[in-house]
Every structure is written in C-alpha cells, then in structure tokens.
Design a protein around this ligand. Structure first.
Ligand code: PLP
Length: 406
C-alpha cells in the first residue's frame, strides 16, 4: 500500500504539497483562520451537500494543515494523512475511530506511557478487550492473535529500552486475525523506518518529537490508506475535534525542511555515544539497535536505515543515575525526546513511574536506567559532559565537587 514520490526525502521535505497564493510567496502561507466564507448561499448549500469541494471550517480542514499532511504523506509513502493537535490525539483517534464495543486489541507491552493507559485503562471502559504481549516473543504474538482481533498497536524501537519488534512477522499474524496494524513510529522517524512497506496499515507520529525537533509545538499525524483515512478516521476527527492549529502546521513545515539533515546527524552522534558508553566501567549495559550487543541487531539492520537518535544505558542504581544526571552541564534533564538539544531522562521516576515496579521489571526498566535523546551538539562536547557525569556517578560526587543532592 506504500506509494512513491518522484523525489528523494531531502527534496520533498522542502517542496511537496506547497500551494502558492497569487502573491508568489517563497515560504508557505500561514492560513491562520478558523473558518471560510462563501460567495453566495447556493455555494454554501452545495458545499454542505458535498457537491463543491472547498474549505469550510478549520476543524475539518485548513490549507496550511493540508500542506503539512501532503508533505507527511509523501515522506511516509502513504496514500493519505491527517494531522492532529498532539501525538496522543493521533494515537487515541486512530484507535477510537477504528474500534467499537466487543472488539479486541492486542498491543506490545513496551508502549509510550499514555498509549499504555489508553490500551490498559480507557479501551476496556468501552467494552474493548485489551491484551498485552511481550513484543519480542513470537509465540506470544501467535497465541494472542490466534483469535479474531480488530487492532494491533505496537511501537518499535520501544520506549525506553529500544526493543526492536519484527514488523513483518507481527503484521502477517495480525492480518490473519483480521486486525489493522497501527505502528507508533516516533522513535525511528519516517526517515529510518517505513512500517507501511513492512506490512503496517496505519502509522502514527508525535510530531512534537523529531518533526518539530526544536522544542516549539505539539502535533500529531495519522497515515494510511485513503479509504481508511477518509471513511473511518475523518468522520471521527471532524466530529470530535482534535484538530492541529494552522500555526503549528506552519512551524512543523519548517521543521520538516531540515528533518533529513537533523535526524542522520543526531543518529551519527547517538551511535558514537553508544560505543563510548559501552566502554565505560560505570556503565553496566548499553542498548542501541544497530550495535552488535543488541539482542535484535540483525532485525534492526534489516528493518531500519540506522539505529536512531536514542541511546539507553544502565548505571548501577538510582543513586548513581541521579548523581550522573545532576553533574551534567550541557545535556538537559527532560522527559522530551527527538529535540536538537540533548536530553536525559530517568524513566523509573518520571515517564514510567505510574506503570508501577512490577510492570517496569517486566520491561527491564531498572532504577539505574537512563534514556538519552542525543541532539545536534558537537559530539566532543557531549562526550566531555558524559565523562563529567560518569565521574560523579562513580565518585558519589557531583561535577562541582559538592555532594549530590538526592
Ligand atoms: C511523545 C510520544 C507520544 C505522544 O505524543 P505527544 O505529542 O506528546 O502527545 C506517543 N508515542 C511516543 C512513542 C512518543 O514518544
């Protein structure tokens, strides 16, 4: 179902979907308007009858948002795209638009926190059966998909342990069970992994991450077949209203212009940092999809065009992790990711606190685990900052020589 643009990604990220107004502007115009006017009452009637195709109201569609959607669709190789206000609006709309009472969803256990909440807590409230499986366990997928299922949701590489799931294998099992496969492709980005080419039906993004990538706006996107987007998703979006602001669409278009420069540069830094960390005595373990010590390295090399911009590693315990983070001077402590600025997170006490100790243990998130979203800084400066943090972790002292606050 994948469709191809005649342009390579770096080119289409600048040009695809642009529509100049008669003023001949260079940059995309920003149509910061909530609604649109009609020439006469007949035109309004024809529009509402579906006989005339035009913009009516920005909850249903907007020219700047549509430009962003066309560019995203071309980048993904998807037939159609709809933009949403946030990544969570994209995930929740895709699931709620598709599922109904009595349906069944099978999801990988290692999901972004709010996606996990939707599957474990929200959907069952509406009488939708939800089943979690360990994403790397083929037998568990085969068993869970042994009965009719309407939807499969998964994330690969996963947050924060960077498990890599076999998209082709899971899609084949899911399709045999009658399910639509929804892939949250945030960690890989549209440049490094093409789920639609590997059998997925729907791809969702938090555009807040790499697509903006500069810490400015929230946004989301749902991509898939034209028929599913128009018949299943669009009525849900139109009537429930998780629309993307045209201002945010315009900012995200600026983000897309440099995506093909930023992501490979961040991924190069990440690969170098993963190799550095693996050689440090304070580091118990490193996870990076394309490294030889990653359990799914062969699959990562087959399925992805690079290891991505995140590196996860384990220090001895929570104390070491906090000392490390508090000693950093360049790398920020933040739960965000995919930004051009480097950021570290301690999942056990932040993003993955609410799932509880038992679920964290099942996912391998120990108290020493740190997730590092690698940015665009000069890698030599990042390595210096990491050395400073590791010294503090091992000495029990912060980088400034004072006792670290706990
Ligand atoms: C951030 C994120 C989301 C949610 O996106 P928002 O834009 O914050 O709503 C969903 N999935 C993954 C994997 C994410 O990293």
């Amino acid at each position: 179902m994948s469709t191809k643009s005649p342009f390579h990604p770096a080119t289409l990220l600048l040009h695809e979907g642009s529509e100049r107004t008669p003023f001949g502007e260079t940059s995309e115009a920003m149509f910061l308007t909530s609604g649109f006017v009609y020439d006469d009452a007949e035109q309004a009637e024809a529009t509402f009858l579906g006989q005339a195709q035009r913009y009516q109201y920005s909850r249903f569609g907007n020219p700047t948002v549509a430009t962003f959607e066309r560019r995203m669709a071309a980048l993904e190789g998807a037939e159609a795209c709809r933009a949403t206000a946030t990544g969570m609006a994209a995930v929740s709309s895709a699931l709620l638009a598709h599922l109904k009472t009595g349906d069944r969803i099978v999801a990988s256990r290692a999901l972004f926190g709010s996606c996990h909440w939707i599957v474990s807590t929200l959907l069952p409230r509406y009488g939708i059966e939800s089943v979690f499986v360990d994403g790397g366990d083929h037998a568990a997928w085969a068993e869970a998909l042994g009965k009719p299922t309407q939807c499969v949701l998964l994330e690969t590489p996963s947050n924060p342990m960077l498990d890599v799931l076999d998209l082709r294998m899971i899609a084949d099992l899911a399709h045999a069970a009658g399910a639509v496969v929804v892939v949250d492709n945030v960690f890989a980005t549209p440049l490094l992994q093409k789920p639609l080419e590997l059998g997925a039906d729907v791809v969702v993004y938090s555009c807040t991450k790499h697509i903006d990538g500069q810490g400015r706006v929230l946004g989301g996107a749902v991509l898939g077949r034209k028929q599913w987007i128009e018949d299943t998703l669009q009525p849900f979006l139109r009537n429930t209203g998780p629309a993307m602001s045209p201002f945010n669409a315009w900012v995200l278009l600026k983000g897309l212009e440099t995506l093909a420069l930023r992501v490979p540069a961040m991924a190069r830094n990440a690969a170098e940092i993963a190799d550095f960390l693996a050689g440090q005595p304070e580091v118990a373990r490193v996870w990076y999809p394309t490294r030889a010590d990653h359990p799914q390295q062969a699959l990562s090399l087959r399925q992805m065009q690079g290891g991505g911009t995140l590196v996860t590693f384990a220090l001895a315990d929570k104390t070491a992790a906090f000392r490390f983070m508090n000693a950093l001077e360049l790398i920020a402590i933040s739960n965000n990711l995919g930004d051009s600025r480097s950021m570290v997170t301690h999942p056990a006490t932040t993003t993955h606190m609410k799932i509880g100790a038992e679920e964290r243990a099942a996912l391998g998130i120990t108290d020493g685990v740190i997730r590092f979203s690698v940015g665009l800084e000069d890698v030599r400066d990042l390595l210096d900052d990491l050395r400073r943090g590791l010294r503090a972790a091992s000495a029990g002292l912060s980088g400034t020589g004072e006792l670290a606050a706990e």
